[in-house]
Write a protein that binds this ligand. Sequence first.
Ligand code: PFF
Length: 454
Amino acid sequence: MASKIQFSSKIGLVAATVGSAIGLGNVWRFPAETQGNGGAAFLLLYMGCVLLLGIPVMLAEFAIGRAGRSDAIGSFRVLSPRRPWWVIGIFAVLASYLITIFYMVVEGWTLEYLVEGLIGGLYDGIPSDAAMSEALFDSKMVELTQTPFKPALYTALVILLNIGVLLGGVQKGIERLSNVLMPLLFVILVVLCAVSLSLPGAADGVRFFLEPDFSKLSPQVFVNALGQAFFSLSLGMGILITYASYYPASTKLPRTALIVSLLSLLVAVLMGLIIFPAVKTFGLDNNTLEGTTLVFVTLPEVFSRLPFPQLWSTLFFSLLLVAALTSTVSISEVAIATLQDRLKWSRRRSVLTGLLPLLVLSLVCSLSFSTLSDIVVAGYNIFGMLDNVTTNYMLPLVAIATCLYAGWFMPRGCLRDELCNYGSLRSHVTGITTLILRYVAPLLILMIFVYNFI
Ligand code: PFF
C-alpha cells in the first residue's frame, strides 16, 4: 500500500483539490440561487452550510481516502473488510460517472463558445437594439448547443483533452495541470471583477448582491443552500476519497479542508461581484440568471455592449473552461482509480477503458437537445434526467452514508488519527467533526432528500 502514487507537493495537492471544487457549481449555479433567494441572505446561509457541514463531510471523505489508500470502493474495503460499506463506494463511482457524461457536454459548449467568440463571429453584426440582441444571443445559443453536429464535436474534443491530461497520471497530468491553471483562474477572476466593478451600475449590482433580504428565506432556500454547498465542494462523488488517497501522510487534513472550502467560497463571491454589477449596468437583471441562459445568453450580451467584446468573452470562457476541465479531470479520476486499483490495470488501460465510452455516452447526452429530444421521462430529457438523478438523489444518499460510516462505523480512532496525523498534530476539530457527522449532517442532508420528493 505504501507504494501508492502521491501528489508531489503541498501546493500541487491543494491546487488539484481546489480545482475539483471550483467548477460550474460556482459559476453557473451560484448566481441564480443568489438572485432568487434573497441575495446575501442566501450567501450567508451557503457560507454557513460550507463551514459547518461541508467541511466536516469533506474531512470524512479525506480521512476515508487517506486511511484506505485506495479508490472510492477499495478504501471502504480496506477499512472495513468484512462489512458491506464498499457499496457506498459503488454508488459514488456510479454517480460520478453519470455526472461526467453530462458535465462533458457543458464543457464542450464552453470550448465552443470560447472558439466562436474568438474566430467564429459570435459578436458579429450585433444590433444596437437591446431586445433584438437578446433574441440574437438566444438563437445563437440554440444553434451552438442544441443542434446535432457542432456541440457533439466539441464534446468529443474536450473528452480527448481530458484523456490526454489523465494519461499523464497523477503527478505529471492532474497535478501539473492544476498548478498552471488554478493561478490562471484567479488572475482572470480578478481582472473580470475589476472590469465589472468599474461599470456605471456597479454600486447597484453590489448592493443587490450584498444586501440580505431575509424575507426570502424558507426551508426550501435552506435546502438549496445545502445542496449548493455540497455540490460546490464536490462531496458525495468519490472525488475527495480518491484524491486523499494520493495525499502524503504529512498532509494536514483540517487545514487542507479549510483552504479548499474558503477558496471555493471566494470564487463564488467573486463570481457574484462580476455578474451582478454587469447585469445591473445593462438592465439585464430581470433575466433569470439560471445556468445556461446566464452563461450563454446574458453574459455574451453583456460582453457585446462593452468595448472589446472578444477580449472579455475569451477571458470569461477561458475561466469557465479551466473551472470545468479541472473538475472533469478530478471526477474522471474516480473511475480510473477504481479500474486501476480493483482490476490492477495499467494507468493507460484504465484511462482509455474508462473515458473512451464517454465519446458515445456524452454524444447521446448532447443529442438529447436535438435528434433525441423526444426521449423525455417525467419532463426531463436525457441530460436533465442524469442531472436530476445524480444531484438530487444519488449524491445526498452517498453523503449521508459517508457521514454515518465516518461518524459511527469506521474503525475506532481512525477518524481521529487521520485528523491529527497520528498524534503529531493537536486537532481541536475531532470532537465537533464526529458530532456533526453522527447527527447533524445526516439529518440535514436527509431533509434535502425528502424535500426533493415532495
Ligand atoms: N465542485 C464541482 C462544481 O462545482 O462544478 C463539482 C463537480 C461537478 C466536480 C462535476 C466535477 C464534476 F465533473
